[in-house]
Design a protein around this ligand. Structure first.
Ligand code: HEC
Ligand code: HEC
Ligand code: HEC
Ligand code: HEC
Ligand code: HEC
Length: 404
């Protein structure tokens, strides 16, 4: 019972972590002081379009970034699974969540009526964003845009970005809109992503915080070779931010070597192009399985292993196990003593990207809840189920002289 109620609290703690993590020295730390300030006195010589913080407004001039971003998890961060937990969390904890999910000052929830209005609006929201959106039509409040363009690029009206593409210029750069921009190399470094993808060490469970992506990267060969988060997640500065929810991305990061010899089947999985543990969070679950099949395809015997970091709450957070693959690591999964009658072996790897969250949602649905929130959580659970996929499937026949 305790366990079932605890996962939402886990996520609550994440909100609190950030409060402790922000005040530090350095350009990036002040850039990422939260909530993120875009405002200040309005530049009166700007057009309405330049003043508009909605991603659809940026899209009018930055179509390529918008098109990629709207397909990314960042655009979905103000999600049913997040806001469906808000009534249960209350206003202050909900704003704690927004530090990563919708971090702009304008995106904060001012009061409980706004919080409830947000749930109702989300239930009616047409899906996604549209570049062709009528800019004058009424729009949802900016918080619905999640981790939006301005969260990463705007401070006090000013645009910040990487060094200018063709010239490599940094510092103030003149431009045809929004008073130009300020170029900084910090945009191309892994540290830029840390504010939302790394918890402080003080919250470690068995030595490792629940989000430890930057530290995992720092300990990998990729850091030594200068391969940043952006190199893999924003190749050529593209804004797709693909990760565990994209089978193609995950396949790029791993190699598989199935072997069937005599009475033994083995699958070697190597993490070749992942700059952190596979997977980096406690939320996904990866299952490796091998099925011994008879001539008709019937299952004679099977073995399964999981690749995941499991944590649970009992008397504080405990790590139950950690079988994730570190960068560069190779692991051999072996099925010995195959049944005599086995005619072939099926090797497969399946991914449940939102495994931990499904548990959270099921726990919330089991408790009685206010109806808007309940509908959103039901929607989140359905979406989480749709996110499951098969990463790898390979059948190998046993050689005639080996099967009996
Ligand atoms: C330190 C930054 C941070 C904070 C604070 C934070 N989250 Fe998240 N959250 C993330 C990241 C990063 C992911 C993506 C992880 C993944 O894909 O497994 C995520 C994913 C999620 C998801 C699953 C994806 C989705 O949007 O449906 C839910 C639900 C969620 N968070 C809820 C919360 C709640 C509730 C809070 C506040 C109690 C919170 N988060 C606070 C960073 C944060
Ligand atoms: C009216 C057109 C227009 C609109 C609207 C607009 N921009 Fe720009 N933006 C430009 C131009 C022009 C440049 C200068 C490009 C250059 O000189 O390299 C620029 C440059 C930038 C840069 C710097 C790129 C680099 O090389 O580092 C960023 C970041 C940026 N804009 C973000 C935004 C964001 C975020 C929004 C919405 C809140 C936005 N812009 C809205 C036209 C626009
Ligand atoms: C303002 C906070 C914030 C910053 C900064 C940020 N992210 Fe995220 N990121 C999130 C949140 C929140 C999610 C989860 C969104 C969701 O699904 O609800 C996420 C999701 C992702 C995912 C998708 C994971 C998946 O489950 O498939 C990737 C990849 C990612 N971020 C990479 C990056 C990189 C690379 C950077 C730096 C260039 C970065 N992020 C900067 C908050 C942030
Ligand atoms: C999670 C943070 C994040 C979000 C959200 C985000 N960007 Fe970026 N953007 C970056 C980073 C980091 C770079 C630089 C990447 C690099 O140096 O490899 C960048 C680069 C750019 C550039 C320069 C591109 C070039 O080719 O020179 C523009 C323009 C830009 N972003 C606009 C946008 C717009 C418009 C949106 C919203 C549709 C957006 N960004 C959303 C982090 C973000
Ligand atoms: C060498 C390429 C590479 C580098 C460097 C890299 N990643 Fe990844 N990342 C991947 C691949 C491939 C995946 C998909 C497999 C997986 O989920 O681990 C991924 C997955 C993710 C996910 C999905 C969530 C999860 O549980 O795995 C997030 C979030 C993420 N990366 C963030 C980051 C951040 C932040 C950095 C920098 C500190 C970074 N990545 C550096 C290749 C890379």
């Amino acid at each position: 019972m305790l366990k079932r109620l605890m996962p939402p609290l886990a996520v609550l703690l994440m909100g609190l972590f950030l409060i402790a993590a922000t005040p530090h020295q350095g350009w990036l730390e002040s850039y990422w002081a939260k909530p993120v300030a875009t405002g200040g006195s309005e530049p009166h010589d700007w057009s309405d379009l330049e003043r508009d913080m909605a991603p659809e407004a940026c899209a009018q001039c930055h179509a390529a970034q918008f098109n990629a971003w709207q397909e990314s998890q960042h655009s979905l961060a103000y999600s049913p699974g997040l806001i469906g937990q808000f009534p249960h969390l209350g206003l202050s904890a909900s704003n704690g969540c927004l530090k990563c999910h919708a971090p702009l000052a304008e995106q904060r929830l001012p009061d409980m009526p706004q919080l409830h209005a947000s749930l109702a609006a989300k239930l009616k929201q047409p899906l996604g964003f549209d570049r062709e959106y009528d800019m004058d039509a009424p729009r949802l409040p900016l918080r619905h845009a999640g981790v939006t363009c301005a969260a990463c690029h705007v401070r006090g009206w000013q645009r910040f970005g990487p060094p200018q593409r063709d010239t490599g210029r940094t510092g103030p750069v003149a431009g045809a809109a929004h008073g130009g921009f300020t170029g900084s190399k910090k945009f191309s470094s892994s540290q830029f992503c840390a504010s939302c993808h790394q918890f402080p060490q003080t919250y470690a469970i068995n030595g490792k915080p629940m989000e430890n992506t930057l530290v995992e990267w720092q300990q990998s060969r990729f850091a030594a070779e200068g391969v940043q988060c952006q190199t893999c997640h924003m190749p050529d500065r593209k804004h797709a931010f693909k990760g565990i929810h994209d089978a193609g991305m995950v396949r790029k990061g791993l190699t598989f070597k199935p072997v069937l010899k005599g009475n033994t089947a083995s699958l070697t999985i190597t993490s070749t192009w992942i700059g952190h543990a596979f997977p980096t969070y406690v939320t996904p679950k990866v299952t490796v399985s091998m099925l011994a099949l008879d001539r008709q395809g019937g299952v004679l015997e099977q073995k399964a292993w999981s690749i995941e970091r499991r944590v649970a709450y009992s008397n504080g957070w405990q790590e139950l196990s950690d079988t994730r693959l570190l960068p560069g690591e190779s692991r051999v999964f072996t099925f010995e003593h195959l049944p005599q009658r086995a005619a072939s072996v099926r090797f497969s790897v399946d991914v449940v990207p939102d495994h931990f969250y499904k548990g959270v949602y099921q726990g919330l649905l089991a408790d009685s809840q206010q109806s808007d929130a309940k509908q959103l959580i039901e929607r989140a659970l359905q979406q989480a189920d749709r996110n499951d996929y098969q990463l790898y499937l390979y059948d190998e026949e046993r050689k005639a002289n080996e099967a009996h």
